[in-house]
Design a protein around this ligand. Structure first.
Ligand code: NAP
Length: 297
């Protein structure tokens, strides 16, 4: 009988253990990807839950303590916490350690983390494009990542071996890995994810501001499209605050284009222009087919 294979990582430190961090912890546990999972969160309540779920070998509220001896540190907190965490953990990072993350915006990760990292520590930012509107460690599940894309945005000159180890981790979770510059990621996600969330937050807010009697009708007849918006607009408020604040330029650019197109549709409706309206809807229906074909549904 041969020796059992060593796990790809000796100690993985997860900083933040909500929906995404706990889903990844479940994959690491399920597939034996680390000898030790160390978890850091802000609250003892979250750490108790994680222990009860069997997802941690050790827990702490101290980012410096959790990274000691780790060969992989994965940040899974809202983006606004990154800079302070990076500063706190930096002195305890081991040489050769990989620092990665799951944040939904990528240029800000390089901006907020890279300046704190000591020589010999590798930064490989990542974004598993998978999620739900739920938060917290109990909301996670190992299959969350299955069949979805993970985008890695290593800075120029990043260590190829470190990139490959992170890519292998996400492939093990069932994801297809793509590599692109952080700036490109942020523009693509601004239109595919961030703007749709902004629209949902807006429309649900608009409906809520309507008079009381109309609001009741809105809830009652919400199946007509509104319900999907309410699901999206129920996403975590802190996470989305940080996404908009940290991807400001790309979101504002896409929002400008969106406003122009909306005005064109508004005009067509006002002037009773049936053809342009119908042509637009035919084109968007075709896009739906392409999205389904790309298995992103
Ligand atoms: P979540 O469920 O709200 O969990 C956030 C976790 O971060 C909690 O464990 C929280 O600890 C911890 N945390 C917050 N501030 C912290 C700090 N200063 N120090 C240490 N821990 C801290 O969030 P999530 O949905 O997993 O999202 C996490 C990241 O994944 C975000 O950056 C987001 O952009 C990205 N992402 C999310 C999705 C999605 O659909 N949700 C998809 C792809 C990527 P406590 O519980 O103790 O407060």
């Amino acid at each position: 009988m041969g020796q059992p294979e060593a796990p790809p990582f000796a100690k993985i430190a997860l900083i933040g253990i909500g929906l995404i961090g706990s889903s990844l912890a479940r994959v690491i546990r399920r597939d034996g990807l680390a000898r030790h999972i160390a978890v850091c969160a802000r609250s003892h309540g979250t750490l108790d839950t994680v222990c009860a779920l069997g997802l941690a070998d050790s827990t702490t509220t101290d980012p410096r303590q959790v990274v000691e001896g780790a060969d992989l540190v994965m940040l899974c907190t809202p983006l606004g916490a990154y800079a302070a965490i990076a500063e706190a953990m930096a002195p305890a990072l081991s040489p050769g350690c990989i620092v990665s993350d799951v944040g939904s915006v990528k240029q800000c990760v390089i901006r907020d983390i890279a300046p704190h990292l000591p020589e010999g520590v590798h930064l490989v930012p990542g974004h598993p494009v998978a999620g739900t509107e739920h938060s917290g460690p109990e909301a996670g599940f190992a299959e969350l990542f299955q069949g979805r894309f993970c985008i890695l945005t290593p800075p120029t000159g990043a260590d190829p071996n470190a990139i490959e180890r992170i890519a292998a981790l996400w492939r093990q979770a069932g994801m297809t890995v793509e590599i692109m510059p952080a700036q490109h990621h942020d523009r693509v996600l601004a239109i595919t994810s961030h703007l749709p969330h902004l629209i949902a937050y807006t429309i649900v807010g608009t409906a809520t501001d309507l008079e009381e009697h109309l609001r009741l009708e809105v809830a009652k007849f919400s199946a007509g499209g509104f319900r999907d918006f309410t699901r999206i607009a129920a996403s975590d408020p802190v996470m989305w605050r940080d996404i908009f604040l940290n991807n400001r330029d790309a979101v504002l650019e896409m929002l400008g284009r969106f406003n122009e197109d909306l005005t064109a549709l508004q005009r067509a409706i006002r002037w009773g222009e049936a053809e342009p309206l119908q042509e637009h809807f035919i084109r968007t229906r075709e896009i739906r087919r392409r999205v389904l074909a790309a298995r992103q549904e």
